[in-house]
Design a protein around this ligand. Structure first.
Ligand code: SF4
Length: 214
């Protein structure tokens, strides 16, 4: 059994089920929700650590730009297990030796939602901003969409002393998408003050640059 307190380098291979942006989000009460794009998550069906299963591997923007991964590609590589599982949604990160073993046809960029076309550069996500997306939608109808994202979230719980961690789903897609559902307001706790609830107005601020169909 691998030791959970140390990192292990593993090999993997599989077929891509989804490519999504990877981000870190910092929350502080209702005053701040800051999104930092850190790369992409590849969601795969295949073999990792000798076991057949579904898993996710975090890759860098440079790696994505070079190999242009998309749904259906068969790939292989190495990666590392997580030292702090609470901070990272992907199962593995620090990917290397990435190789495309078989390329699927390029996706149809004009297909209606979920948008399964190639993911854009991270600066595009940064510019667009995002809205909260119901976790059930992320897992089902939105899973293959390039605008879906499962973020690593740190909540400033006791300023400068303690943070709480969780994962949250977001959507960077057009506001008019017929599949969109916000889900329940999200509690943002702070020490000795209970919780404030993010009910959506931070979404309006985060996406104020674009109109309904952008
Ligand atoms: S709601 Fe967002 S993530 Fe889901 S299909 Fe529409 S644009 Fe994509």
């Amino acid at each position: 059994m691998p030791d959970k307190n140390i990192q292990n380098k593993i090999s993997f291979q599989g077929v891509i089920r989804s490519v999504q942006p990877r981000s870190n989000v910092w929350r502080y009460r209702l005053d701040n929700r800051t999104h930092s794009m850190t790369g992409y998550n590849l969601f795969l069906k295949g073999v990792a650590e000798g076991e057949e299963r579904d898993f996710a591997v975090a890759i860098s923007e440079k790696q994505q730009q070079k190999l242009r991964f998309h749904i259906g590609d068969a790939i292989s590589g190495t990666a590392w297990t997580k030292l702090y599982p609470k901070l990272e949604y992907a199962d593995y990160y620090r990917a290397g030796a990435l190789k495309k073993n078989a390329e699927a046809p390029m996706p149809d960029e004009d297909k209606a939602s979920p948008w399964v076309g190639e993911v854009p550069d991270l600066s595009v996500y940064d510019w667009r901003g995002c809205r909260m997306l119901a976790a059930a939608s992320w897992k089902s109808r939105c899973f293959t969409c390039k605008w879906a994202c499962m973020a690593n979230v740190a909540i400033e719980y006791n300023w400068g002393v303690t943070q709480k961690f969780r994962f949250e789903s977001f959507c960077y897609g057009p506001k008019s998408c017929r599949l969109y559902k916000m889900g329940k307001p999200r509690a943002v706790p702070y020490k000795d003050c209970g919780s404030d609830y993010d009910k959506g107005w931070l979404d309006d601020i985060c996406t104020e640059r674009r109109g309904e169909d952008e």
